[in-house]
Design a protein around this ligand. Structure first.
Ligand code: SAM
Length: 274
């Protein structure tokens, strides 16, 4: 890469990081993207729930192999919520202090915490009514450890914490934390360092997206295709692609100020045994 372009990219990356660190509003993000349960969020909740409840790669794991990390959780506890009855510990990681504060506020059931009841009720409905949304929320609070700072650009994204997990899940994060496929690939390699050998990676996210807005702030993203995801996952030496599903866009631009044309779910296993 030419020096000028490299410098431009670095300063752009710095600006994106600064936007997340100082401008990102959990409340505006919630009211813009999570005020209703749309079919895209339903897809994400269902693929994660099915994986945790039915996929042999996960259900065959012993009780000491069920430590879950939600990487780049934002202010959103509901994807980790799908792991609540699978996991015996859930850690969350998020770069923005405002989002970590929103997660802690919800975990502590503080007055004024963001309301995610709709989403927990949907997770419970996937169980055929044997549990309630409140059961799922409470179970997540019970197994939740803490929300730690992270940065996917670091070789150890949880630095200074050195810890690996049996399952790493990440939703709508890596493509919004990077602006090129090379950066996306490098970030995925970093995040893979957080998975134990034999452990599982699950990511869900947006296809064809270049930007989204929260309030007046516009956040860029790298434009992913199904083929690019398959290529990037298989290019990380230690990962073996297990499943890749996509769905066309289910929401209008009025409903979601983002220009994605679809969404995806990918599952991969880290090679080796503990
Ligand atoms: C579109 S939000 C997704 C939030 C949430 N996971 C969800 O599904 O709605 C993108 C997330 O990526 C995080 N992020 C941005 N840059 C990052 C970086 N360098 N490392 C880790 N996470 C980052 C942001 O703080 C934000 O929480």
């Amino acid at each position: 890469m030419q020096d000028g372009r490299k410098a431009d990219d670095l300063s752009k990356k710095g600006q994106i990081r600064a936007q997340y660190l100082t401008e990102f509003s959990p409340r505006e993000y919630h009211s813009t993207f999570y005020s209703v349960l749309d079919d895209e969020v339903k897809f994400f909740l269902e693929v994660y729930h099915n994986a945790f409840e039915k996929d042999n790669l996960l259900t065959s794991r012993g009780s000491n192999q069920r430590r879950v990390l939600d990487f780049g959780c934002g202010p959103v506890p509901v994807y980790a919520g799908t792991a609540a009855y699978f996991a015996n510990s859930v850690t969350m990681a998020e770069i923005a202090p405002s989002n970590r504060q929103a997660i802690n506020s919800w975990m502590n059931s503080e007055e004024g915490a963001l309301d995610w009841n709709l989403f927990f009720s949907h997770i419970a409905s996937l169980d055929g009514g044997t549990k309630t949304g409140e059961d799922y929320a409470q179970r997540l609070r019970d197994v939740f450890q803490l929300v730690v700072p992270c940065d996917g650009e670091l070789e150890n994204p949880l630095h200074p914490i050195c810890q690996t997990y049996d399952v790493v899940m990440s939703t709508l994060c890596l493509e919004f934390a990077t602006i090129s496929l090379d950066d996306y690939r490098a970030m995925l390699a970093n995040v893979t360092h957080l998975i134990k050998p034999g452990g599982v990676l699950m990511m869900a996210g947006a296809l064809g997206n270049t930007s989204y807005c929260v309030g007046q702030t516009k956040y860029p993203s790298v434009n992913l295709t199904k083929e690019a995801i398959a290529d990037v996952v298989t290019s990380v030496e230690t990962l073996e692609l297990v499943a890749l599903r996509t769905l066309g866009r289910q929401t209008s631009l009025d409903e979601k100020p983002a220009d994605h044309n679809g969404i995806f779910f990918v599952m991969a296993q880290k090679m080796g045994t503990e």
